[in-house]
Design a protein around this ligand. Structure first.
Ligand code: AMP
Length: 183
């Protein structure tokens, strides 16, 4: 599917929940894509193409919706899957990074053996808002000497500036579609 066509196809199938989890936030709910086998497949194929182009060694995904995409992608490409989890969930040795969100703040962790030094990692999540989560995730992988080759998300919210911030940090961004605040 061609890029504009893919974007329209996905946007039509993403549910917007207004004023959730608090007034003023338009929550872009991707469970409607996960619930639609055709949309899910189209989405994973698009991410898989990106991974192949970038010669990825490891797929790393963000807790929790990122896991659904990352798991399917990793299975499709026969590539290792690394987890970025909220603090306190991983039982083995971890490193952590704290950051601010569009709403609130958070700390995330990865296992110290999430990937090997020099491996090419693609970070995957459902959505880029402020970019804080993906930027903190990139730092974690860089701290264990991985090469973070880019970030991929279903949705970009460009007005929140996250994708620009990621590009400024030399992280190429691949988003399958974008929503403006007014949509
Ligand atoms: P950020 O770190 O600000 O880029 O936030 C990204 C994370 O927060 C993603 O994992 C999203 O799942 C979630 N998120 C932030 N804003 C929204 C939104 N408007 N709709 C849906 N998810 C959101």
């Amino acid at each position: 599917m061609e890029t504009n066509q893919l974007s329209d196809f996905l946007k039509k199938r993403i549910r917007t929940v207004r004023d959730w989890p608090k007034p003023g936030i338009n929550f872009r709910d991707v469970t409607t894509l996960f619930n639609d086998p055709e949309a899910f497949r189209v989405m994973i194929e698009a991410f898989a193409m990106e991974c192949t182009l970038r010669e990825i060694d490891v797929i790393a995904a963000i807790d929790a919706r990122g896991f659904i995409i990352g798991g399917a992608l990793s299975y499709q490409l026969h590539k290792p899957f690394a987890l970025v989890r909220k603090k306190g969930k991983l039982p083995y040795t971890t490193i952590e990074e704290s950051y601010t969100l569009e709403y609130g703040s958070a700390t995330i962790e990865i296992n110290t053996d999430a990937c090997k030094p020099g491996q090419r990692v693609l970070l995957v999540d459902d959505l880029i808002a402020t970019g804080g989560t993906l930027l903190a995730s990139a730092k974690l992988f860089q701290n264990i000497s991985a090469e973070v080759v880019g970030v991929a998300a279903i949705i970009d919210l460009p007005e929140l500036g996250g994708s620009d911030k990621l590009r400024e940090a030399n992280l190429p961004v691949h988003a399958l579609c974008a929503f403006s605040e007014s949509e």
